[in-house]
Design a protein around this ligand. Structure first.
Ligand code: PLP
Length: 392
C-alpha cells in the first residue's frame, strides 16, 4: 500500500480504521456496529466457519446470546428484534405447510393473530386448547399431522398455568415439538428446557431489558439441530438486532435476579392486600394458596414476578375507568417488566378467546414495579375509593 501522505484527504478519512486498534478491556463487551466484517485474506471470504457478515450479530450479541443460553441451559440462543418476532420466528423455523399446531388459548394476543392470519394462510391448521386441561385431553385434540404445541404459562392476562412437563412428555412420545413463551418466568423463575420444552422463548423486552425502552426477544434450544434451524431462519428471513439493543439486554440481565426478587416480593404483598379488599372478587396470582395453579407453580417455579391479575366485584365500565384514572403511581399502559408499576384493563382482549374465561367481574392487570410497597398500596387504595364512588 502507498504511504498515507500519498493519499488524498477523502481517501485518508475513509481508510483510517479505528477498528484495527486493540480495544481496552471494559466490563461490558464492545458495541460493535458493523454490516461488513473485514476478512483477513481472500480465502476467508467464503469460509462459513468464520463470521463473514454482521447481520447475525457481533460482540455484544454474542455476549448476550451466550449469557442467555447459560441461564436457560441451552445449546444456543437466537436473538430477535422483538419478543413477538421471537415467537413468530421460532414457529416459522420449525413448521411447514400441512402441519397442525396446538396453541394455548391464553396466548399473547399478537401471537394468536399470527397463528390465525399467517400460519393458516401458509397452509397450517391451528387449534386452541384450554390451558388447564390435562395433557392427555390436550394432545387428544389433534390429528396425526400434529407437529408442535405452543404454550404460554402463565398467560399474561389471565394467569392460567399449563402442566408443561406433562404436556412435553406426551408430545415427545408422539414426536411432537414443544415451544413455550416463558416471558413471565423470564428464564429465571422457570427453566423450560429442564422441564422438557424443546424451544424456550421470551420477550426480553419485559424483565431482561427491564426499563421499558428496548424491544428484544430470544429463543433457546438444547438440541443442536433445532438450534441450527432457529439460526437458519434468521439468515433466511433477514432479521437483525441492533448492537445497542443487544448491549442493553446484557446490561439488564446483570441485575435480573435482584430486580426479580424485589418485583416478586412487593407484588405478592400487594396481591395479599388486594385479596382482603371488599371491592376485589379474586386475585389471579399463582403464589396465593387459593389459586387453582398454586400446586403447579410450587412444583415447577422458584418464584413469581411482578405481573398478576385482579378480578373486581361486578361494576360498570365507568367505575373501572375511575379506579384507573385515580392511580398516580401505576401508569396506564401495555407491556410490563420495567422498573415502574403499570395497570391496564383486560376485557376487550378476553373476547378473542376460543374458550372465553368467565370471571364474574372486570379484570385488571397490574405490573408491580420497584417502588415501595406502602406507596403502591396507598395508590391502589385511592383507586378503590374512586371505584366505590363511581359505582354508586
Ligand atoms: C410483550 C409480550 C410479547 C411480545 O414482546 P414484544 O417485545 O413487545 O414484541 C410476547 N409474549 C408475551 C407473553 C408478552 O408479554
Amino acid at each position: 500500500m502507498s504511504s498515507r501522505k500519498d493519499l488524498s484527504e477523502p481517501t485518508r478519512l475513509i481508510h483510517d480504521h479505528p477498528a484495527s486498534r486493540p480495544l481496552e478491556r471494559t466490563v461490558g463487551p464492545p458495541i460493535q456496529r458493523g454490516s461488513t466484517v473485514l476478512m483477513g485474506k481472500a480465502s476467508d471470504l467464503y469460509d462459513h466457519g468464520q463470521v463473514t457478515y454482521g447481520r447475525g450479530g457481533l460482540a455484544a450479541h454474542r455476549a448476550l446470546a451466550d449469557a442467555l443460553a447459560e441461564m436457560e441451559g441451552a445449546h444456543a440462543c437466537q436473538l430477535y428484534p422483538s419478543g413477538l418476532a421471537a415467537v413468530t420466528g421460532a414457529l416459522i423455523s420449525v413448521l411447514k405447510a400441512g402441519d397442525e399446531i396446538l396453541v394455548g388459548d391464553n396466548v399473547y394476543g399478537p401471537t394468536r393473530r399470527f397463528c390465525d392470519q399467517v400460519l393458516t394462510r401458509m397452509g397450517m391448521t391451528v387449534r386452541y386448547f384450554p390451558p388447564r386441561e390435562s395433557a392427555e385431553s390436550i394432545l387428544a385434540m389433534a390429528g396425526d399431522r400434529l407437529r408442535a404445541v405452543l404454550m404460554e404459562s402463565p398467560g399474561s392476562l389471565t394467569f392460567e398455568f399449563c402442566d408443561v412437563p406433562a404436556i412435553c412428555r406426551l408430545a415427545a412420545a408422539r414426536g411432537v415439538l414443544t415451544l413455550m413463551d416463558n416471558t413471565w418466568g423470564a428464564g429465571l423463575l422457570f427453566k423450560p428446557l429442564e422441564h422438557g420444552v424443546d424451544i424456550s422463548i421470551q420477550a426480553l423486552t419485559k424483565y431482561v431489558c427491564g426499563h421499558s425502552d428496548v424491544f428484544l426477544g430470544s429463543a433457546c434450544a438444547r438440541d443442536p439441530t433445532l438450534a441450527e434451524q432457529l439460526e437458519d431462519a434468521m439468515w433466511h428471513f433477514g432479521w437483525s438486532v441492533s448492537p445497542d439493543d443487544a448491549y442493553q439486554g446484557l446490561r439488564g440481565l446483570r441485575t435480573l435476579p435482584v430486580r426479580m426478587e424485589r418485583h416478586g416480593e412487593t407484588a405478592l404483598e400487594v396481591a395479599r392486600w388486594l385479596e382482603d379488599q371488599p371491592q376485589v372478587h379474586r386475585v389471579l396470582h399463582p403464589a396465593l394458596s387459593r389459586s387453582p395453579d398454586h400446586a403447579i407453580w410450587r412444583r415447577d417455579y422458584t418464584g413469581a414476578c411482578g405481573l398478576f391479575g385482579v378480578v373486581l366485584q361486578p361494576a360498570p365500565a365507568r367505575a373501572v375507568d375511575a379506579l384507573l384514572d385515580a392511580l398516580s403511581l401505576f401508569g396506564l399502559g401495555f407491556s410490563w417488566g420495567g422498573f415502574e408499576s403499570l395497570a391496564t384493563t383486560c376485557g376487550p382482549q378476553l373476547h378473542q378467546r376460543h374458550y372465553p374465561p368467565h370471571f364474574n367481574g372486570p379484570v385488571l392487570r397490574l405490573h408491580v414495579g420497584l417502588e415501595t410497597q406502602a406507596d403502591l398500596i396507598a395508590d391502589l387504595q385511592r383507586g378503590l375509593a374512586a371505584f366505590d364512588a363511581a359505582r354508586g
